[in-house]
Design a protein around this ligand. Structure first.
Ligand code: UDP
Length: 390
């Protein structure tokens, strides 16, 4: 795949008045997936970063790389317990929105930042648009599941990535008039930021790996990192695989801290540990990995655009489309990881070709344009035309 230049909008770009659209976010995946929407909004976007994950590796460099404007940064949120994150962000957002009420508020996904943005919009009667609505893991042990259910209840316009997401919302009683199937903005994010072939080849050479002959791994979810037994089981399997082919391991700051706290740092010796990568570099390495091992939500979607196999180390997923379309497989921490990776490796080039030919179930790359068109309608007080289909 070659990267495409940012697409020329095919839908009419709304004209905005002097008031802005507030885009509230707080983590790396929100920056990635909202970037195409923010760029289309142009000067109308007021970016508000709650600081949930605000450091150079997870946010600062992404603002620059994704071409995003300087955000208003909230204070005292990062590193706090969940309720404190939500309430601290909520109080500051309320003050911001009281001062300068935006035309609409946009949030994406299921983070504490998204929930704070949704509650703040609701409290001030500002129209709320939820990007990536209707995801459900049905796993009540996940705080994100509760966040996304509440946000969907509050949202005025729910942008479902797939028809299945829309059906889940309808089954919960959300009226059809509030839901649009837009596709997932991750498709255009990948297309716009995947480096060109020559740059990818140079990046692989820098990391000392050959296309289709290495694994790429990321692990950061609390269920895998906060339980030392689970973390040990995953790293032991990756170390076993590293005897067969190089394993590049992009270490999330949370994982690094947990590894050190649990005294498991020695398990990295067999792997090639990497500091968190910039978006383009991560996509380039994912594009040519023989298999990716990850517990990330966004990576489950990205592998379907990149056409690569993924082993998902999680007990549940809110993205069954990646599994149903043959890209991803869900496994528990431990021996199942190694077994699933070896099965995928055994499929060889034929397996990779099959995935390269399978379309992504997450849309056609026009989701952000549909979302901005809906925002235009909401912001101008016209009823949003929600019958758009992916
Ligand atoms: N990512 C990245 N560099 C890395 C690891 C991941 O740019 O070293 C990107 C990845 O491509 C995806 C996003 O970060 O777009 C996923 O973030 P994360 O896994 O933190 O969150 P989740 O998607 O699980 O909510």
């Amino acid at each position: 795949m070659t990267p495409t230049a940012p697409v020329t909008p095919i839908l009419p770009t709304p004209t905005w008045g002097t008031r802005s659209v507030a885009v509230v976010l707080g983590t790396r995946p929100e920056l990635v997936k909202l970037a195409p929407v923010i760029r289309l909004l142009g000067p109308a976007a007021h970016l508000v970063h709650t600081g949930q994950h605000y450091d150079t590796d997870l946010s600062g460099r992404f603002l620059t790389e994704l071409g995003l404007p300087e955000p208003t940064l909230l204070e005292g949120v990062g590193g706090k317990p969940r309720a404190v994150q939500i309430s601290t962000a909520l109080a500051q957002l309320d003050a911001l929105f009281a001062d300068e009420p935006p035309l609409a508020v946009v949030v994406q996904g299921d983070t504490n930042a998204s929930l704070a943005g949704a509650l703040a919009a609701n409290a001030r009667g500002i129209p709320l648009v939820h990007v990536e609505a209707g995801l459900r893991s049905h796993d009540r042990a996940m705080p994100e599941e509760h966040n996304r259910v509440v946000i969907d209840q509050l949202a005025d316009v729910l942008c479902a990535a797939t028809e299945d997401n829309r059906d889940l919302l309808r089954a919960e009683g959300v009226p059809a008039g509030r839901v649009a199937v837009t596709g997932n903005t991750v498709v255009e994010a990948v297309r716009e930021h995947l480096p060109a072939a020559a740059e990818r080849a140079a990046l692989l050479a820098e990391h000392g790996v050959t296309a289709d002959r290495y694994l790429l791994a990321t692990v950061h979810r609390p269920e895998n990192t906060d339980d030392p037994a689970a973390l040990r089981a995953i790293l032991t399997e990756l170390a076993g695989l590293a005897a067969e082919l190089p394993v590049l391991f992009a270490v999330h700051p949370r994982t690094k801290a947990r590894l050190e706290a649990a005294g498991l740092g020695h398990l990295l010796a067999a792997l090639t540990p990497l500091a968190p990568l910039g978006y383009g570099e991560f996509l380039a390495l994912a594009r040519h990995a023989a298999v990716i091992v990850s517990d990330s939500g966004g990576v489950q979607e990205e592998t379907t655009v990149l056409g690569r196999p993924l082993v998902v180390v999680r007990r549940s997923t809110e993205r069954p489309e990646a599994v149903d379309s043959g890209f991803a497989e869900l496994v528990a921490p431990g021996r199942a990881v190694g077994r699933a990776v070896r099965r995928r490796l055994a499929e060889g080039d034929a397996g990779l070709r099959r995935l390269a030919e399978t379309p992504s179930p997450f849309g056609d790359g026009l989701a952000s344009q549909r979302i901005v068109a809906l925002l235009g309608a909401v912001a101008s007080g016209r009823p949003a035309r929600l019958s758009v289909a992916a």
